[in-house]
Design a protein around this ligand. Structure first.
Ligand code: BMA
Length: 340
């Protein structure tokens, strides 16, 4: 029995490795065979990173950011029996619009995959006369129907909550500019139908702590727990050699998630290993998904590494919630409702 309850299905085959002895810092430890996806994983795809996975039937499925050899990112479907070794479709996902006509975005990156009720949603960044958020839905991973873009540009990072809250779909996002945005806070928007989005609220701002002082953005879909929504997000620091992306943690109010209950002042994971520090864009740890088991409390966290690889790390619900609470520092902009 875990102390903190995860309100989600049991996933007994969640990938797992025990915590190494003598771990210092936050209770998150890397898989010792990282990276789990290396370079040139599919013909015409140079790198896969910033990708999202989840349990599906008795195995696992995922949507993967595949950087083609012409440099343009698209989304590829992958399947796995153990959530560690992945097989990818050779062709990128061919979306259709609501009339059934083929729809191929100009580019598509940083997909998240979230199941709400009986539908799986893919949320990503695409061109909409500027970088903005795209959404598609599927029930069978064969037909992917692109639905309305939720926002006008610019916005390059979004993730859906895994259930409606007070009857509404909830989407975290980070409004931005069209490039390598030098600012950014996390906002929350709600919708009755996944088409019309409003009641926008500020959730939390870039932090006063140096590791997240430039911008922050939602990461994995929030995990529902008895303490609130556990959110793994990314925080960015500016250095004389460019941005550094670390993983942070916060817990949001269960009924009103624009209110931050706890926010960890320390990063949970920061680039340290060769596959995080060295690559197409060095020094990037970019969380996009978790697979978690409510019975055992095990959490497997998937994150993009250096815009080149996919990494896997582990934590336990009781340990991570304790750590975030023990090291929590919030300000008024975090804890209030977020409407001015
Ligand atoms: C962000 C996004 C991510 C990327 C990161 C580091 O702006 O584009 O896809 O991992 O930059 O390059």
């Amino acid at each position: 029995m875990t102390k903190v309850k995860m309100i989600s299905p049991a996933v007994p085959n969640v990938p797992w490795q025990e915590k190494p002895e003598g771990l210092v810092g936050a209770p998150i430890w890397r898989y010792n065979e990282n990276p789990i996806i290396g370079r040139n994983p599919v013909e015409n795809v140079a790198r896969i990173f910033n990708s999202a996975v989840m349990p599906y039937k008795d195995a696992f499925i995922g949507v993967f950011r595949g950087e083609q050899t012409n440099g343009v990112p698209y989304i590829y479907l992958g399947r796995s029996k153990d959530a560690i070794h992945w097989e990818f479709d050779k062709e990128k996902i061919n979306f259709v619009d609501e009339e059934g006509n083929s729809f191929m975005p100009h580019y598509a990156y940083d997909p998240r995959l979230v199941k709400v009720e009986d539908t799986y949603y893919i949320i990503w960044c695409q061109d909409f006369y500027g970088a903005s958020i795209g959404i598609a839905k599927t029930t069978d991973f064969e037909t992917f129907t692109r639905i309305e873009n939720p926002f006008i540009p610019f916005n390059r990072n979004a993730v859906l909550f895994p259930r409606k809250i007070n009857g509404k779909y909830m989407l975290l996002s980070r409004p931005s500019d069209s490039g390598h945005t030098p600012f950014g806070d996390i906002f929350l928007s709600e919708s009755p139908d996944m088409t019309y989005w409003g009641k926008h609220r500020h959730v939390m701002g870039r932090g006063s702590k140096w590791w997240e002082s430039v911008k922050i953005g939602g990461g994995a879909a929030p995990i529902e727990t008895s303490e609130g929504w556990l959110l793994f997000y990314h925080g960015v620091s500016g250095t004389c050699n460019g941005f550094v992306y670390s993983i942070g943690g916060a817990i949001l109010d269960i009924d009103n998630p624009s209110k931050v209950l706890y926010r960890c002042e320390n990063f949970l994971l920061t680039p340290e290993e060769w596959y995080e520090e060295r690559g197409f864009v060095p020094n990037v740890c970019f969380p996009c998904a978790t697979i978690h088991d409510s019975e055992s409390g095990k959490i497997a966290l998937y994150y993009g590494c250096a815009d080149s690889y996919v990494g896997l790390a582990f934590t336990h619900i009781d340990e991570i919630v304790d750590y975030i609470k023990e090291h929590s520092v919030t300000c008024f902009d975090d804890t209030d409702i977020g409407r001015r």
